[in-house]
Design a protein around this ligand. Structure first.
Ligand code: 13P
Ligand code: ZN
Ligand code: NA
Length: 283
């Protein structure tokens, strides 16, 4: 069934686990993620960035994820990831997305508040949840600018004021993670997270989680993270399976053939994360 992230994240928060939010790029990603969720009896969030939507458009993803959700025995949500404007968020909600993120982390505090509040005002009226971001997740997400040389951590005082003034229903925090592939081993500042958690009671969201060791993610969940985003690992898993098949069968011209081991790889990555997030058997 297709549901909103509101109930999902509320349950995750109450029972101290997290729901995985997996970025899907095409039909094969949608099928692989839903297979993992069914196999693990886990709630699941599928999400798309503006870059992915530039590739295929909102309507294709709504149709694919709705179809997957209708057939599934687990709750499925469809979320706009890193929404880059008021208009984009409105378009996603109208098209059938069950929640949106408005990412104002690249503009100043006051502008972030104004942008986020403009989205929550409409979303509240139609009963949909809104994720916002305060602080910086490093690296380069999608087509966005890379962030370097600034303090990336979310300020707990600012976080309280931000949530009060915007009415966002979940918050992506800067606690040391970065989008894409890490150069060294990442380090989540659990102290910052604990401080934010002690002051705020809405679900917190972890971005840039590909490449973060499982034990750090598990600890972050104990410290208030309820939604955990994975994109890069799924891309790598799919392409590794695809390329391996093509290396062994260079004359193949049926795209379904290399896609099959790509999907198997994604399913494995997603299933392993569901176990670590604690969302297995929660559906
Ligand atoms: P990764 O690509 O590092 O997994 O980040 C995913 C993400 O934060 C999507 O919003
Ligand atoms: Zn992100
Ligand atoms: Na990452």
């Amino acid at each position: 069934m297709l549901v909103s992230t509101k109930e999902m994240l509320r349950d995750a928060q109450a029972r101290h686990y997290a729901v995985g939010a997996f970025n899907v790029e095409n039909l094969e990603f949608v099928m692989a993620v839903i297979r993992a969720a069914e196999a693990k009896k886990s709630p699941v969030i599928m999400q798309t960035t503006p870059g992915t939507l530039k590739y295929a458009g909102l309507e294709y993803f709504v149709s694919m994820v709705r179809t997957a959700a209708q057939k599934a025995s687990v709750p499925v949500a469809l979320h706009l990831d890193h929404g880059d404007s008021f208009d984009r968020c409105m378009q996603a909600m109208r098209a059938g997305y069950t929640s949106v993120m408005i990412d104002g982390s690249h503009v100043c505090f006051e502008d972030n508040i104004a942008l986020t509040a403009s989205v929550t005002k409409v979303a509240q009226a139609i009963g949909l949840p809104v994720e916002a971001e305060l602080g910086k997740v490093g690296g380069k997400e999608d087509d966005g600018p890379a962030v370097e040389g600034e303090n990336p951590y979310t300020d707990p005082d600012e976080a309280v004021e931000f949530v009060e003034r915007t009415g966002c229903t979940s918050l992506a925090v800067g606690v040391g993670t970065a989008h894409g592939v890490y150069k060294g081993i990442p380090h989540i500042e659990q102290g910052v997270l604990k401080e934010i958690r002690s002051r705020l009671d809405i679900p917190l969201v972890l971005h840039g989680t590909s490449g973060v060791p499982d034990d750090q993610v598990a600890e972050a969940i104990q410290n208030g993270i309820c939604k955990v985003n994975y994109a890069t690992e799924l891309r790598q898993a799919f392409m590794a399976g695809f390329m391996e098949y093509m290396a062994a069968h260079p004359d193949c011209f049926d795209p379904k053939k290399p896609a099959a081991p790509g999907m198997v790889n994604i399913q494995k990555v997603v299933e392993d994360h569901m176990d670590n997030l604690g969302s297995t058997n929660r559906a």
